[in-house]
Design a protein around this ligand. Structure first.
Ligand code: GCB
Length: 636
């Protein structure tokens, strides 16, 4: 116990809560946004130690003057853009650069704050502007930014050379973890040969994955907004907390408007509660005839000098609660019938792409999915905004996938994991679509340090946000799982008749029933089947079904569904298919150009399993009885 206390004290000193906010950049009367994504130039540092770029200070001069450069689109992973296998599999530092023009008035007006923001870059990034380092950031999948007003005003004025060095190396202390292995047998490997080992099943795509933006705010600006919502009868309550930087005496005014523009509540001051009569609640898709209702909250902060900063935040009013058998949204039972996804597509890898995002939402709505889990890392903010607008419910997962090595349960790893949860909650706390945090996927939760590790992680996450439940995804045995006592909902992944008893779909019923009864018997917490599925190579057929055919995938799904239909009357609160679409993995003997457990191909065409799920999800949705006839799936 005293050792635990010591450890905690050490941790608290490392992980001070994040100071600043991370509001999504939007335009307003006081703010401008300039997207500087597009075509950048690129150079991989192929020197043996990958350190030449730093030794030769490639950020000091235009990158093209340092050696050969190539074109590179942003956002995109760099891996699949060229014909060069070395770039695809590259490990180490790569360098990106773009010259942009900054509007002269931004520079001249000293009351304007200019911020450079990267939506995400995988994994470790360093940023320079006109050769001056402005920030660095550890971790992919989450945004980071730097105030570059001073640098721009001191260096070349309107001209802005942005250099970003990105390193995809994973270590035992990164999230996800990995190891670099040097091969020393000179009869098999050349000198200096190394590989990156990981414990996760998706390709470690790298590069600048989300948009790079320049945006402005007044010097005294709204730095962060936190809203929490609840309701009682027909009164909605929105509590808000606004933090302003650059002025200690700014006057804050908050106005909430309905979708027709009508002002429904307003208040003065940086903290308070807005009361909304005849509230329109935010309901999930297929749970209400008018789902995804969003109010619009305008925050104004006026500083002593009279300048006003304005920021508008969409607000959905809803509650989330968990009982021992149910997941309640707005006090009504919610059953997750949804998917697990990846940010993954041909050519762009994990690069953000609007056509793909909109297509995926259309497919989810087509199949009657009401939810998805952001397996195995946080997705782009734009995706969460879509979910808010369409009523798709999200389990928001951090990048804690593949924590399998006992050394990754140490202090340094835990401190970083706590910081990542802070970054995640800071970014996503205001999204009504986000109903639960997931702190990890399939860790080695039977290893002794996992108990302490997950106790800390879950309680820290709760201290950051008490309005949402916390889970982690387990694939471990119910009797040996050391994290389950701390979570609110048990999420279990299992692959009966695939990794266990391959080919024996007749065993699924028995084994899945046992799984559910064991977990519920031990913890009395509601359970989500957070992954299940089977690979299907599109176009492969056999009857009776054989593994890897579309028929086999369907049969596996049907056998799971029979059990879900029994257990959802008791304590099973959701089912999420693995996976929405086929996705790329590293090369191995169990993957044929990637993981084929998608019910859609990587190009988003349906396999037989997609039609099966579509019928099922709409049938479940129709059971709620709230859907008007026109909104029902016609065949049912
Ligand atoms: C899992 C993992 C997921 C894999 C999946 C599979 O349990 O969470 O990342 O892709 O199984 O297909 O093996």
């Amino acid at each position: 116990r005293s050792a635990e206390r010591l450890l905690l004290a050490a941790l608290c000193s490392v992980c001070q809560a994040l100071q600043d906010g991370m509001l999504f950049p939007t335009e307003s009367p006081s703010r401008e946004v300039k997207d500087v994504s597009g075509l950048w130039i690129f150079r991989a540092d192929e020197s043996p130690e990958r350190s030449r770029g730093f030794e030769q200070q490639w950020y000091k001069s235009p990158l093209a003057e340092t050696g050969p450069v190539i074109d590179m689109p942003v956002p995109s992973s760099y891996n699949d853009i060229t014909q060069d296998a070395q770039i695809r599999d590259f490990i180490g530092w790569v360098w990106y650069e773009k010259d942009v023009w900054v509007p002269a008035r931004w520079i001249q007006d000293r009351g304007t704050r200019i911020v450079l923001r990267v939506g995400s870059a995988h994994y470790y990034s360093v940023l320079w502007v006109n050769g001056v380092k402005v920030t660095e950031h550890v971790g992919g999948h989450l945004p980071f930014e730097a105030d570059i007003s001073g640098v721009l005003r001191q260096t070349s004025g309107n001209q802005c050379r942005i250099t970003i060095a990105v390193n995809n190396t994973l270590t035992l202390e990164t999230l996800p973890p990995g190891t670099i292995q040097y091969m020393t047998d000179r009869s098999r490997y050349p000198a200096g040969y190394f590989v990156q080992n990981t414990n996760f099943d998706f390709f470690n795509y790298a590069g600048i994955h989300r948009p790079v933006l320049l945006y402005t705010t007044p010097k005294a600006h709204i730095d962060d907004i936190t809203v929490e919502t609840t309701f009682s009868d027909n009164i909605g309550l929105v509590s808000f907390n606004v933090s302003v930087l650059g002025s200690s005496k700014a006057a804050v005014k908050v106005t909430l408007s309905a979708q027709d523009g009508r002002c429904v509540a307003s208040a003065d001051g940086s903290r308070g509660v807005l009361k909304v009569t005849d509230v329109n609640l935010w309901w999930p898709y297929l749970m209400h005839e008018n789902p995804a209702y969003l109010y619009s909250m305008e925050v104004q902060a006026t500083a002593e000098d009279g300048q006003t900063d304005v920021y508008t935040l969409p607000v959905g009013i809803r509650t989330v609660k968990v009982t021992s058998t149910q997941f309640l949204i707005n006090n009504k039972p919610f059953y997750f019938h949804g998917v697990n996804k990846h940010e993954d597509a041909d050519i762009r890898g994990k690069g953000f792409d609007w056509p793909l995002v909109v297509k995926d939402f259309n497919l989810m709505k087509w199949m009657g999915a009401n939810s998805f889990r952001t397996s195995h890392y946080p997705y782009a903010e734009e995706i969460l905004q879509m979910a808010d607008r369409h009523g798709i419910v999200i389990i928001d997962e951090c990048p804690g996938v593949g924590i399998k090595d006992i050394r990754s349960f140490g202090n340094v790893s835990l401190a970083h994991h706590l910081t990542v949860m802070e970054e995640l909650v800071r970014r996503d706390k205001n999204h009504p679509s986000v109903v639960m945090w997931s702190v990890a996927n399939e860790p080695a939760s039977e290893m002794p340090p996992a108990g302490f590790y997950f106790k800390e992680l879950v309680s820290h996450t709760r201290s950051l946000d008490s309005s949402r439940p916390v889970t982690y995804i387990t694939a471990s045995n119910y009797a040996r799982d050391l994290g389950a006592p701390y979570v609110d909902v048990i999420c279990v992944n299992s692959y009966f008749s695939w990794y266990q008893d391959p080919g024996h779909t007749e065993l699924i019923g028995l084994q899945l029933n046992t799984q559910f009864d064991n977990w519920y018997g031990k913890y009395q917490k509601p359970i989500i089947q957070s992954e299940y599925g089977a690979d299907a190579v599109p176009g492969l057929h056999s009857d009776p079904p054989m593994m890897f055919t579309e028929e086999y995938q369907k049969t596996v799904l049907q056998n799971y569904h029979n059990v879900f239909d029994q257990k959802r009357k008791e304590f099973v609160i959701g089912e999420l298919i693995w996976n929405f679409a086929d996705f790329m993995t590293s090369q191995s003997i169990i993957r044929v150009v990637g993981n084929k457990k998608g019910i859609f191909t990587r190009q988003r065409q349906p396999k037989a399993g997609a039609f099966l799920l579509r019928e099922r999800y709409w049938r479940i949705a129709n059971e709620t009885g709230v859907l008007p006839t026109w909104a029902r799936y016609p065949c049912l």
